[in-house]
Ligand binder design. Structure first.
Ligand code: UDP
Length: 247
């Protein structure tokens, strides 16, 4: 069994037009077939970074499952006439974890500060009874030998779900580089999700998520993000508007 997902394109960046159920079916099918998959949760900031950083651009274009995470991305796709709903990466990861707990699929977590990771693990085990975390490592390690040893130890534990929280682009590049070490595993770059699961940061209230304003909540609670968004989002909007239907 394999699951075919509808795909759209924004400036040569593919995006799968799917909701949680379709994305989860895809992941289950890959695990069942022993095929490893890289999942990217795409947003405008990543597209603008991908234009500047060829390695990141390549990973974003070649990932196996690319989810419409960013509100700005959904806006741009809808402008092109695509029927698409936002699928926050954290919600997909939670669906994966729920499935892993129910079906006893081993899970690995790589990333975040050590204390944050520890709290996140405690909370996730409480939230998803039966969740089996076979490997965990904080995300503050050196590139090169240390990074390689961590990837090897992670793969040796034979997880089927690997959530990597090292921030963009490091997490996407880590997954691409070490994906061949894994067998039938789903590897997802999850950004700040471990911080949320640890309780260190909060997600926006439900009404803000419903109207695609989660980004506004994030920049008000973490003001250092304003500078990051300010550098990329206006350029993205201009790029989409100038390209029109050719975007
Ligand atoms: N992080 C890490 N190692 C690093 C840099 C960041 O483990 O060298 C973690 C950081 O602690 C956080 C996550 O990566 O848990 C990235 O979070 P952020 O909210 O910046 O992600 P993004 O905005 O890229 O989704």
């Amino acid at each position: 069994m394999d699951t075919h997902l509808k795909e759209a394109r924004l400036f040569d960046y593919p995006v799968h037009l799917t909701e949680t159920a379709g994305a989860l079916a895809f992941a289950k099918s890959r695990v069942a077939n022993g095929q490893t998959a890289q999942v990217v949760t795409l947003n405008p900031e990543m597209i603008m970074q991908g234009d500047q950083n060829a390695d990141l651009g390549r990973v974003l274009k070649n990932a196996d499952l690319i989810l419409p995470d960013g509100a700005g991305l959904v806006w741009a796709l809808r402008k092109k006439g695509c029927q698409v709903k936002r699928l926050p990466g954290i919600e997909f990861s939670e669906a994966l974890l729920a499935w892993a707990a129910e079906t006893d699929q081993p899970v690995a977590l790589v990333g975040a500060a050590e204390a944050v990771l520890g709290l996140a693990v405690e909370n996730l085990i409480r939230r998803f009874p039966g969740l089996r975390i076979v490997y965990q490592h904080h995300g503050f390690f050196k590139a090169g030998e240390e990074e390689l040893q961590i990837a090897k130890a992670c793969a040796k534990a034979q997880p089927k779900v690997v959530l990597v929280a090292l921030g963009v682009p490091r997490q996407e590049l880590w997954i691409e580089r070490y994906k061949p070490l894994f067998t039938g595993a789903i590897l997802v770059g999850v950004g700040g999700s471990l911080d949320v699961w640890s309780g260190k940061t909060l997600r926006a209230p439900a009404w803000m998520r419903r109207v695609n304003l989660e980004w506004l909540y994030r920049i008000t609670s973490e003001p250092w993000r304003i500078q990051r968004i300010y550098k990329t989002l206006p350029m993205f909007v201009v790029k989409v508007c100038l390209a029109g239907p050719k975007a």
